[in-house]
Every structure is written in C-alpha cells, then in structure tokens.
Design a protein around this ligand. Structure first.
Ligand SMILES: [Cu+2]
Length: 164
C-alpha cells in the first residue's frame, strides 16, 4: 500500500505530462494556416467551369461567379449558399469552408432544358495531418495510462499477496 502511495506522483505526473503534450499540439484558434482561395466560376449552359473545386477545411473561399450566356444560379449543398447571376454582372460569394466533405453546387435558376444537369462539386479536404497527429497522441496517452494502470495493479496485487 505504501509503495502504491509512493507511486502516486508518477501515476498522476505522466498523464498530466501527456495532456500538456496534447494541449501543445493543438493549435490555438486562429493560428491555423487557413488560406484564401479566390475562384472564378463561370456558369454557361449547362456547366460550371471549373466543375470541381478543391479547398482545405477552414479556408476562406471567395467565388466570383459569372454568367456568359443566360441568367444562372448557384446553390451550394451543405452550406445553403445561393446566388443568382445575370450575364455581364459578376457576383461574389464569400464563405469559410468549415465543413469537410464533398458538396454539390448546382444551378438554381431554370436556364434551359438541361438545367437539372448543371452541377459542380466542392471538395473540402479535412485537416487530416493534424487529426492524425492528435490521434497518435491520444493512442500514446491511452497506452501509457493502460500501462500505468496495469503496473499499478500488479504491484498492489504483489503487495497484497506478499503482505508487505
Ligand atoms: Cu440553370
């Protein structure tokens, strides 16, 4: 029992150290390397150019939407953004890509017979290197805690058995 009490500073100290490591690895809000993507999106019957846009999660996205032929629209799934664009008058859409995944953008103005097929895709890549690093730390902490718990348990068992 006495040995277990002597081990207590070590048992508490290591998880605290591990937690400090986790806190150190997590960047404070606003310190992420978010960039601004300026994208020119041209809408024509019946497609968007580009048809696919890649950004990283947390990035600021500025879309300059233009229509070359007739009135088109832009509706972004998941983000609920909608804009109408008339030929010759560009529209600017600014948002933060805070949700990771694939989101379709589609024309929201009936622009002709093939209007329903006027679809593009926004790909928001999740910040996987960061999450992978966090996951590794969590696994390491979990392993450390399991090890400490097992060794602590064994020692107390030995103490109980030997009667020390
Ligand atoms: Cu359309």
């Amino acid at each position: 029992m006495q040995q277990l009490l002597e081990n207590r500073p070590r048992l508490i100290g290591l998880p605290v150290l591990a937690l400090m490591l986790v806190v150190w690895l997590i960047p404070p809000p606003g310190a992420t390397h978010a960039t601004t993507h300026e994208i020119s999106l041209d809408a024509t019957q019946y497609e968007y150019a580009p048809g696919r846009v890649h950004v990283n999660q947390g990035d600021r996205v500025v879309i300059t939407l233009t229509a070359a032929d007739v009135v088109h629209g832009f509706y972004l799934d998941g983000y609920g953004l909608e804009r109408r664009v008339e030929p010759g008058v560009s529209q600017q859409i600014t948002f933060t890509a805070d949700k990771a995944g694939k989101f379709r953008y589609r024309c929201s103005v009936s622009c002709g017979p093939l209007h329903p097929f006027m679809i593009g895709e926004l790909v928001v890549e999740s910040n996987t290197p960061y999450w992978r690093a966090t996951g590794l730390v969590l696994v390491a902490v979990g392993g450390m805690l399991a090890y400490l718990w097992l060794t602590g348990k064994n020692k107390s068992y030995q103490e109980v058995i030997s009667g020390k």
